[in-house]
Design a protein around this ligand. Structure first.
Ligand code: SAH
Ligand code: SF4
Ligand code: F3S
Length: 473
């Protein structure tokens, strides 16, 4: 296999840290607090990237704000997965023209998956002239250098040329919380599902070295993190590009062996690569949370083939059955696309029958959105949007009924839950998560319990969540 991964050298990262120091010197020469606003769209991968952007910004001396008018630097980390996501970003970026007018020294950066799309970069170049820096995911590791160039020379920077996918270790990170943490184990995707933009904007699959992943998890556990999610577009391919003996299931087992009380989750798994070995490892490793996100996308074989998913309905159902044999109480969630080009309503009804057969705990449902440059965007798509929306609604209604029934079955059970925050809703004190990651609102309890595992008795449920009380120890 062609090995195009570039491992960014420690010297290159050290150079970026020097740019952070140079910026910090410039800022500290002024008697003022400098603030940055990092706004994140899209998936957990983007959340994890934003934590690194914040790490760099903190090292440069910036504080953080959520107010675009107060910010000296604005970084918008974007998602390209559906048109709706892109439209929201463009609307918000357009509105920043006002904050820039009030604050001419403000630096506006657009990064992430949209920034890697040539037609988006062109649009920003022509019509969003208040944006100073556009950089794709490949250039994230050199953000300090880009910002330094703009701060010292002004002018605009576009760093979104196609380049080999890279792996950079040692970028500073400011994490969003102190209970849950993301750990990227690999980047990019080789699957080229015909509807999906990700392989084009994130490049080919490449894995971090196991020792780097293990060191990061060990450090998180030592810092007291309790809920660690391993990230990748297709975690089951972990390690294939490294030519190692070890695969994803082996990595999980090694993480499970790290001493300490914590939970391991992972996402996302492609059904074609989710292996019996992985199910067995989940079954026997106590720290791996009993939850599995296994996107099916559609229930009809012709549609699955047109999507280039490399499994059929029967193979998917077989994986679910084997997963449940190994992990009996596993919570299974999935993604579904309604209205893929050429999908007929009878074909859609096979998606409905599939969800009735599997009975997922929750679903993420999307109406197909054509993405420039993907094969599906060029396919005949005769179904009117009204029909797609009607099908979508049938799916949502069917799943809501299943989710409500599944949640109702929790009532009366006592589960070991991770208390993860203060509940903002009236009548509840805390939020917690079941082992399968379902949200529980806890009636009473002190904030000092956040970050601990507690027995919670479930007393009520609806379609989306559960509620309950701390069981007496
Ligand atoms: N790597 C993950 C998916 C990442 S994208 C996987 O393979 O499962 C998350 C979800 O967005 C996908 O599972 C799919 O359901 C949805 N999605 C991706 N491209 C889409 C498009 N063009 N239109 C609508 N939904 C899409
Ligand atoms: Fe997109 Fe398919 Fe890759 Fe997931 S596996 S990121 S849906 S191309
Ligand atoms: Fe969106 Fe990029 Fe994630 S397109 S879903 S932010 S990988």
């Amino acid at each position: 296999m062609e090995r195009t991964t570039v491992r960014i050298s420690p010297e290159d990262i050290a150079r970026q840290r020097e740019f952070c120091e140079k910026i910090q010197e410039r800022l500290s020469a002024q008697n003022k607090e400098y603030l940055a606003f990092v706004d994140t769209y899209g998936c957990q991968q983007n959340e994890a990237d934003s934590e690194r952007i914040r790490g760099y910004l903190r090292d440069m001396g910036y504080g953080f704000t959520q107010d675009e008018n107060a910010a000296d630097v604005i970084v918008i980390n974007t998602c390209a997965i559906r048109e709706h996501a892109e439209d929201r970003v463009l609307g918000n970026v357009g509105a920043l023209v006002h904050s820039k007018r009030r604050h001419p020294g403000q630096v506006i950066c657009l990064c992430g998956c949209m920034a890697q799309e040539p037609q988006v970069a062109e649009k920003i170049r022509e019509s969003y002239r208040h944006v100073d820096i556009v950089f794709g995911p490949h250039a994230l590791w050199r953000f300090p250098e880009l910002l330094y160039r703009v701060l010292t020379r002004r002018g605009r920077i576009f760093e979104n040329a196609e380049e080999p996918g890279s792996i950079a270790e040692g970028i500073p990170v400011v994490r969003q919380g102190d209970v849950k943490a993301w750990v990227s184990i690999m980047y990019g995707c080789n699957n080229f599902c015909t509807y999906c933009i990700v392989p084009y904007v994130r490049g080919r699959e490449r894995s971090r070295l196991p020792e780097d992943v293990l060191a990061e998890v060990r450090e998180l556990v030592a810092q007291g993190y309790k809920d660690i999610t391993l990230l990748g577009q297709n975690v089951n391919s972990y390690g294939k590009d490294l030519g190692l003996e070890m695969d994803f299931a082996d990595l999980l087992e090694q993480i499970n062996d790290i001493p300490g009380e914590f939970l391991i989750r992972f996402m996302t798994s492609h059904p074609k690569d989710a292996s019996q070995k992985l199910f067995e490892v989940m079954g026997r490793c106590g720290k791996i949370a009993p939850v599995f996100h296994l996107p099916v996308q559609a229930g009809n074989d012709r549609v699955l083939k047109a999507m280039n998913r490399h499994y059929d309905r029967a193979a998917y159902l077989d994986k679910v059955k084997r997963l449940r044999e190994q992990v009996p109480d596993v919570v299974i969630t999935s993604d579904i696309i309604v209205g893929f080009p050429g999908e007929t309503t009878p074909e859609f009804e096979e998606t409905l029958s599939l969800i009735e057969e599997v009975r997922f705990d929750a679903l993420f449902t999307f109406i197909f959105s054509p993405r420039v440059g993907t094969p599906a965007a060029k396919m005949e798509d005769p179904m009117p949007m009204a029909e797609k929306k009607a099908n979508f609604q049938r799916l949502v209604d069917a799943q809501n009924a299943i989710s409500a029934e599944k949640h109702a079955a929790y009532i009366g059970k006592t589960l070991r839950c991770l208390v993860d925050g203060v509940c903002q809703e009236e009548g509840y004190a805390l939020t917690a998560r079941t082992p399968g990651n379902r949200l529980v609102r806890v009636v009473e309890g002190d904030e000092s319990l956040i970050g601990t595992f507690r027995e919670v008795k479930i007393t009520g449920a609806n379609t989306w969540s559960l509620w309950g009380e701390l069981a007496q120890a």
